[in-house]
Design a protein around this ligand. Sequence first.
Ligand code: V47
Ligand code: SF4
Length: 346
Amino acid sequence: MPRLSESEALDLFLNAPLADLCAKANAVKEARHGKSIYWVNNRQINYTNICVLHCTFCAFSKIKKDSPHAYDWSHEVVLQKAGEAIAKGARELHIVGGLHPDHPFSYYVEMLKKLRAAYPLVNLKAFTAVELCYFAKKSDRPLSAIIGELKEAGLDALPGGGAEILVQSVRDDICSDKETGQEWLDAHRAVHEAGIHTNATMLFGHIETPEQRIQHLGMLRDLQDDTNGFYSFIPLVFHPEHNSLGRRVGQKTGEEDILRTVAISRLFLDNFPHIKAYWVQMGVSTAMKALHAGASDLDGTIIEEKITHAAGAESPVGMTPEHIQDLIRNEGLIPVERDAKYETYP
Ligand code: V47
Ligand code: SF4
């Protein structure tokens, strides 16, 4: 299939009958991955919810350290949570948190070093581009030095959070004090240049227009053309509870919009290996449909998730490996276990 232009993608997204759009995307997925659906035995570790920023969609963060629900886990707690997951076969730790006002950069380096020493085999997928930029600003060091030190401490991959909508006018509205879209892209480019792969996300279903969604995908596709450093793209479904953007927007977006977004992502991002159906946000039933609409990855067992659940997610907080594989098989598809670097395990 020839590469879609942004205007062709927009036209398909808006006007193609849903079943046709999903079938097209599924054909592209099957040409790449056959009936395989990738999944990971992982654990999310959200090490603190204290954050100096004020993203309007965030129900997770606390600005004040002494807020009743503020927390900041010690390295010992992080290690203990990691150990529990590894005892259950986890191959990936997905570690992200708020931008804490006090911790020095060495705190994050030590966290990774301790995890790597205690658990040499597990993949450490840690810190968003926004966290990396914050570490660089706070320690007054170039981003390349931050990335180099984290790599030496054991960083294996970078999660895709913090992208929101990369179009700056949307960012100025919903997360004006966050890194710019260009800074997010530059940080991912720098991580790719350091030899580490990353993921990319898009927070959708709020004030962004369809055009802005496609522009976001266009920016990701351009960067991937240059670096080939992305593993997967994860469309994140905006959850409106307990946050000010949600009060403005009202409802969570519907299933058709989610499936159209998955399908157009698969069709437009022709240089991305995987599109993820993040079941925590889509809900399990919609995620199953997404597996027939271009998604080739269901993400993971998760165990504990705080960011979307703070904003009203009704999905369970985790899944057993058996359950996740049964779900995939029940769709007539083949579960393939992977780690954060997409090494597979028969
Ligand atoms: O960066 C914040 C988003 C992200 C809300 O890389 C919200 O493999 C919905 O990035 N409703 C964190 N989303 C999640 C994330 C992620 C998840 C799974 C896999 C990977 C990966 C990355 O969640 C944040 C932000 O964009 N978020 N608030 C909300 N109310
Ligand atoms: Fe902080 Fe991330 Fe929440 Fe923004 S989305 S307020 S950066 S924790």
